[in-house]
Design a protein around this ligand. Structure first.
Ligand code: PRP
Ligand code: ZN
Ligand code: MG
Length: 225
């Protein structure tokens, strides 16, 4: 249980694909803020809502630990980390809103000249990925036993290095896979930006602040449609 907190705190990606659109959404919802010297903490002025700028992979854990109440993050990161946190006995995190941007998919990709006959052909192979939890869940569902090689970046070069036979990685335009002579053969998760939060109401008046903010964000998103 975290200390009582009367201001809502939202975790955002510090840099990268989702950080800027997330801040634009909050600004469109009427939130204004003041930057701290290190620019990692943004103090909300128009509402009691503060922003913490972090690495996206840290967002689910910050919510689970009660350091932040909500986070704007890709579903891929949310699901991957929630599965790991769930395995440690933590309560699940859920999607409070789907934002409809930041779309990408987590795909299994094989050599561009290789034939694809289905998941069964992956038995006994080495799959490089940054998403071992989501991949592991899919392999179990498919009843396939394969080896997972966990890499935090540059997953796409693992086959060329002989470190893995294929990859399971995020695909947006497909350019990265093509540049590495790989082709996506099956999608195991469709992703977009979401507002992630706990599976229960917030405490100390923060739920009311969240309801107010989310109502404004919903309005801003409708205007954009
Ligand atoms: C993902 C993925 C690929 C790239 C694919 O990385 O790992 O590198 O995007 O995009 P494309 O299909 O448009 O080429 P991302 O930049 O999201 O973050 P990372 O730092 O986690 O690799
Ligand atoms: Zn990341
Ligand atoms: Mg990448």
């Amino acid at each position: 249980p975290a200390q009582p907190r009367e201001r809502l705190r939202i975790a955002l990606q510090k840099s990268g694909r989702l950080g800027d659109p997330a801040r634009e959404l909050l600004a469109a919802g009427g939130l204004t803020w003041r930057e701290s010297r290190d620019r990692l903490f943004l103090y909300g002025e128009s509402l009691p809502v503060d922003l913490l700028l972090v690495r996206d992979d840290d967002i689910p854990g910050l919510i689970t630990d009660g350091v932040c109440d909500l986070g704007i993050v890709g579903r891929n990161v949310l699901v991957e980390n929630s599965l790991a946190l769930g395995a440690q006995g933590h309560r699940p995190l859920v999607e409070w809103r789907q934002l409809g941007w930041g779309r990408c998919s987590l795909d299994v990709a094989i050599g561009e000249d290789e034939e694809w006959t289905g998941p069964q052909q992956l038995a006994g192979l080495r799959i490089a990925t940054s998403y071992p939890q989501i991949l592991g869940r899919w392999l179990r569902q498919e009843g396939v036993e394969a080896q997972t090689v966990v890499l935090n970046g540059s997953v796409e070069i693992a086959p060329r290095l002989g470190q893995a036979d294929l990859v399971c990685d995020l695909v947006s335009t497909g350019g990265t896979l093509r540049a590495n002579q790989l082709r996506p053969v099956t999608t195991i998760l469709d992703s977009e930006a979401v507002i992630a939060g706990p599976d229960q109401r917030l405490e100390d008046g923060r739920q009311e602040i969240a309801d107010l903010l989310l109502g404004r964000l919903d309005g801003a998103m409708q205007l954009k449609e």
